[in-house]
Design a protein around this ligand. Structure first.
Ligand code: GLA
Length: 383
C-alpha cells in the first residue's frame, strides 16, 4: 500500500504485517421506495459519506481473524471451514457471512486478516451491516481476482445477510452501498437490478437533507419485517401476480376488494410507494427538487398508517420537522425506530434540528443525533 491510513496502521499493529489493500463501503439513506425491494419494486437511495473501511490480507491457514475499532473484545478468530449459519455471534457474523457465501457459491477463497473502522451509525437504519458486508465482498473480490460486478457482489452480500445472518432483507442496501455515485440518487429496479443515476444536487437547489437518527430500535423489528414480507408475498399470490410490483396503480381498488382485510393496507402502501418513486424521479429529472418534499411526507403517512412500521419517535421527528419548516420528511429504512430524513431549505437545518431536539426532550425521548447528508460515492478500493 502506498499510503498509511489509520485503518492500515491499526491493521499492522494488530496483525504484525501490512495489509494488501484497503476498501471502503458506505451506509445509505433511502429517499423514497420503502418496503418495495422485496416486492420487486423501485427504490431511490443515496450513499452516505459515512463508511466502513477494511484493511485486508489473505491468510493461507484457513483462519479468519477479524478486528473492529468499534467493538469490544479484541480479535475474533474463526476457522473458515467451521463457519455455520447462526454460529457466529455479534458483529463478526457479517464478515464471516460474506466469506461463507462466497465459498458456498464455489469461489476458492480462504481465510484473511481483516481490520475494520467505521463511522456508519449502528442500529440507526442506515445500513451499517450492508456497509460491513460490501466492504468485505470488495476486498475478497479484488484479493482473489473474482471479477464480480456490482450486482453480483450485491446479491452475494444479500445472500450472506439472508442465509447466514438470518435477516430476510431485500437488495436495496447492498446495491446502494455498492452502486451509488457521488451527487446522485440511485434509481434501482429491484426485479432485474437495472439502474440509473439520477442527479440530486441539493446545494444547487438551495436545499439540505437532514438525517435525524432517533436512536431508537424496537425489538420487534426483525420478526415484524419477516411478517410484513410474508404478508406482501401472500397478497401477490392471492392476486395471481409474481410480485406486488406487477399490480398497476389503476388496478389497485379492484385488487383490494379481492383481498382479506388485513392484507389491503400492505398492498396499498407498496403500490402507492412505487408510484411515489416514479413521481420523485420525474421531479428530480425536471430539476424540481423542492417539490419532492410533499411526496416524502406522503410516503411517511403511508408507512405509518398502511404499513405500520413507524413509531412514536419517528412520527414526532417527521411532524416536528415539517412544522418547523421542512419541505417534507419521512422515516427511512426498515422502520420501528431508526432514522428520519427531512428536506429543508439551505440554512434552515439548524432550526429544524433544534426544534426536533426540543420536541424529543419534551416528550421524554433521548436526544436524537442529527447530521446533514450529501449523496456520496459507493464502495471502492482505497489503496
Ligand atoms: C431494510 C432492508 C431493505 C429494505 C428496507 C425497507 O433496510 O434491509 O432491504 O427492505 O428495510 O425499504
Amino acid at each position: 500500500m502506498s499510503t498509511t491510513t489509520s485503518t492500515a496502521a491499526a491493521f499492522t499493529r494488530l496483525f504484525g504485517h501490512a495489509p494488501e489493500g484497503e476498501w471502503a463501503a458506505p451506509g445509505r439513506v433511502n429517499l423514497i421506495g420503502e418496503h418495495t425491494d422485496y416486492n420487486d419494486g423501485f427504490v431511490l437511495p443515496i450513499a452516505l459519506p459515512h463508511r466502513t473501511r477494511v484493511a485486508a490480507r489473505r491468510r493461507d491457514d484457513g483462519l479468519l481473524r477479524l478486528h473492529s475499532a468499534q467493538a469490544e473484545g479484541g480479535v475474533v478468530e474463526l476457522p473458515v471451514d467451521g463457519l455455520t449459519p447462526g454460529g457466529v455471534p455479534g458483529w463478526a457474523k457479517y464478515p464471516a457471512a460474506v466469506v461463507w457465501t462466497l465459498r458456498r457459491a464455489g469461489h476458492r477463497v480462504g481465510g484473511a486478516d481483516l481490520s475494520f473502522e467505521s463511522d456508519v451509525p449502528t442500529g440507526a437504519g442506515l445500513s451499517s451491516s450492508a456497509a460491513l458486508e460490501c466492504a468485505v465482498a470488495l476486498a475478497y473480490r479484488d484479493l482473489h481476482g473474482l471479477g464480480l460486478g456490482v450486482a453480483e457482489s450485491a446479491l452475494l452480500a444479500q445472500q450472506a445477510e439472508n442465509d447466514f445472518v438470518g435477516v430476510p432483507c431485500g437488495i436495496m442496501d447492498q446495491m446502494a452501498s455498492l452502486g451509488c455515485e457521488e451527487g446522485s440518487a440511485l434509481l434501482l429496479d429491484t426485479r432485474d437490478l437495472s439502474r440509473r443515476q439520477v442527479p440530486f444536487d441539493l446545494a444547487a437547489a438551495g436545499l439540505e437533507l437532514l438525517v435525524i437518527d432517533t436512536r431508537v430500535k424496537h425489538d420487534l423489528a426483525d420478526g415484524a419485517y419477516a411478517g410484513l414480507r410474508a404478508g406482501c408475498e401472500r397478497a401477490a399470490a392471492l392476486l395471481g401476480l409474481p410480485a406486488l410490483r406487477d399490480l398497476p396503480a389503476d388496478g389497485l381498488t379492484a385488487a383490494l376488494d379481492r383481498l382479506p382485510v388485513e392484507l389491503r393496507p400492505l398492498v396499498r402502501h407498496v403500490v402507492t410507494e412505487n408510484d411515489r418513486v416514479r413521481q420523485t424521479v420525474e421531479l428530480l429529472d425536471a430539476g424540481e427538487l423542492a417539490a419532492v418534499g410533499p411526496v416524502l411526507t406522503a410516503g411517511h403517512a403511508s408507512l405509518r398508517d398502511d404499513f405500520g412500521v413507524s413509531c412514536p419517535e419517528t412520527d414526532l421527528a417527521v411532524e416536528t420537522a415539517v412544522a418547523a419548516g421542512a419541505l417534507g420528511a419521512r422515516m427511512t429504512g426498515g422502520g420501528f425506530g431508526g432514522s428520519v430524513i427531512a428536506l429543508v431549505a439551505a440554512g434552515r437545518g439548524g432550526t429544524v434540528a433544534a426544534e426536533v431536539r426540543a420536541a424529543f426532550a419534551a416528550a421524554g425521548h433521548g436526544a436524537p443525533r442529527v447530521f446533514t447528508a450529501t449523496p456520496a460515492a459507493g464502495a471502492r478500493r482505497l489503496g
